[in-house]
Write a protein that binds this ligand. Structure first.
Ligand code: AMP
Ligand code: ZN
Length: 483
């Protein structure tokens, strides 16, 4: 723990870097919008949780007692973020002819498996939306008279009843509204559903009674209710992907204002959370990120192709969370190499290596530079280079271990829990046995020693045909990999 540099974070609400000043001294309360569990998460979704995890780890490292809540959306999120389309879970259940509860359980577990594989710490609480429906109804009752109106399709929030609506999105636009079907009778285009009534004659798998008829809560309502209930308004930081800055979070803010104070957003605490932080997107040019395309980029796909999941975490850490990050297999391979190098260097550390120079001064300087980087709005890419410098430096392992452990507690690469062998994952499609590879490589080595380059090249091509890439001169000494 160090307080050498003040933790400064970018608040999307003010569009400024601000020092972190906890609402409750010594504590940090963070709420993260979780997944909608109608399908597997793609690796872009997981970027949002790697970011929230680094934020949480940084707050812990800075000495704050962290309470982190991540929700699971198992009701209410429509196929369009505005009030149009169908409930994503209802639709998945109908398509797969399964119970919505089974669907939610299956994909929640798949998401938790990815969380674990990426070494994301468990939050204090996973809050499940359907556990909070009575609280959501209570919340809606409290704001209904002053801020809502009823239409045939449900109870709607009138955004003109709160000051500064849309401040977070920086634009009060009609964009995103009514893209699938406009809701007849809305007072303002940006008004959104708090409660969606089940249409007459229909039966939904998930529906509850309410003062506004049988139906289901609107998606934005759940996050206001669970964050307020579990963390108390105002809490410190609310996070999500950058898409949430446009609709979901402005709507949560409007509800929070209605619930606790209708004052304007010049006082940031009036928005329910003092700071709103957003990670930028992971993009992929060919559209493999879209869950609607057949084979989309799930973490499991990376693993099946022989990439350790922490290589993806490394890839995320190499970029700043507010920058767009482009996914490519080459980029992932490079991130894996970077991770391997760290793990292999640590494996080769020895205690009897002398340090050239003043070890205490070096230690202090490295820690200070790491602290400066991470305190500067979570600059993980710079922090990583400091960690790499520590790992590569010649010196006694005890001192380096102490430093690297402190740094890895923030970056979460699990460097001291991984071995070189763990990082060599076998691609699912590979059929060749490792002994066959080793024997072909031995023959190739002999051919090269005999200057028989024709045989050597032929063996290399043969191996390539079986998915083995020979890595001549690989500084990491891996010699081959399955691709
Ligand atoms: P969802 O399950 O669709 O509600 O999304 C879960 C989280 O992933 C939200 O915080 C989204 O903002 C975020 N997200 C969605 N797509 C991406 C992406 N391509 N890159 C980074 N974050 C994303
Ligand atoms: Zn949310």
């Amino acid at each position: 723990m160090t307080d050498a540099h003040t933790l400064t974070l970018f608040n999307s609400l003010t569009r400024q870097l601000e020092p972190f000043r906890p609402v409750h001294p010594g504590e940090a309360r963070v709420y993260t919008c979780g997944p909608t569990v109608y399908n597997y998460p793609h690796i872009g979704n997981m970027r949002a949780y790697v970011f929230a995890d680094v934020l949480g780890r940084t707050l812990s490292y800075k000495g704050y007692q962290l309470t982190h809540v991540i929700n699971i959306t198992d009701v209410g999120h429509l196929t369009d973020d505005a009030d149009a389309g169908e409930d994503k879970l209802e639709r998945a259940a109908a398509e797969k002819a399964q119970s919505i509860w089974d669907i939610a359980r299956h994909y929640t577990e798949a998401y938790w498996a990815d969380i674990k594989a990426l070494n994301i710490r468990q939050p204090a609480r996973w809050s499940i939306a359907t556990d909070y429906v009575p609280q959501m109804i209570e919340f809606a009752k409290q704001i209904a008279d002053q801020h809502c109106y009823e239409l045939e399709s449900g109870l709607y929030f009138d955004v003109s009843t709160v000051a500064d609506y849309g401040r977070l999105a920086r634009a009060v636009t009609d964009e995103g509204e009514g893209r699938i079907e406009a809701v007849e009778g809305k007072r303002n285009a940006a008004d959104f559903a708090i409660w969606r009534k089940t249409p007459p004659g229909e039966k939904r798998q998930m529906e509850w009674d309410s003062p506004w008829g049988r139906g289901a809560p609107g998606w934005h309502l759940e996050c206001s209710v669970m964050s307020g209930d579990l963390l108390g308004f105002p809490f410190d930081i609310h996070t999500g992907g950058i898409d949430h800055r446009e609709i979901h979070h402005p709507n949560e803010i409007a509800q929070n204002q209605a619930f606790c104070c209708t004052n304007g957003l010049d006082v940031p605490a009036n928005s329910g959370a003092r700071m709103w932080m957003h990670n930028n997107f992971l993009v992929e040019r060919s559209g493999k990120m879209s869950k609607s395309s057949g084979e989309f980029l799930r973490l499991q796909l990376l693993i099946d192709r022989g990439y350790h999941p922490l290589a993806y975490r490394m890839m995320c850490l190499q970029a700043h969370y507010r920058s767009e990050l482009e996914f490519s297999w080459e980029g992932l391979a490079a991130a894996l190499t970077r991770l391997k190098r760290l793990v292999m260097q640590i494996e080769s550390w020895r205690d009897d290596v002398a340090f050239k120079g003043d070890i205490d001064a070096w230690r202090g300087d490295a820690l200070s530079r790491f602290d400066a980087a991470i305190a500067d709005d979570l600059n993980t890419s710079v922090a990583l280079t400091v960690l790499e410098e520590v790992v590569a430096r010649k010196g006694p392992s005890a001192v380096k271990r102490d430093l690297a452990e402190t740094m890895d507690a923030v970056l979460g690469l699990n460097l001291f829990g991984l071995s070189r062998a763990d990082l060599r994952l076998r691609p699912k499609a590979a059929t060749i046995a490792e002994t066959e590879i080793e024997s072909a490589l031995a023959r190739r080595k002999q051919a090269r020693a005999d200057k028989d380059f024709a045989t050597s090249d032929a063996l290399r091509d043969e191996l390539a045909g079986q998915g083995v890439e020979v890595m001549d001169g690989d500084p990491l000494g891996w010699e081959w990999k399955l691709v």
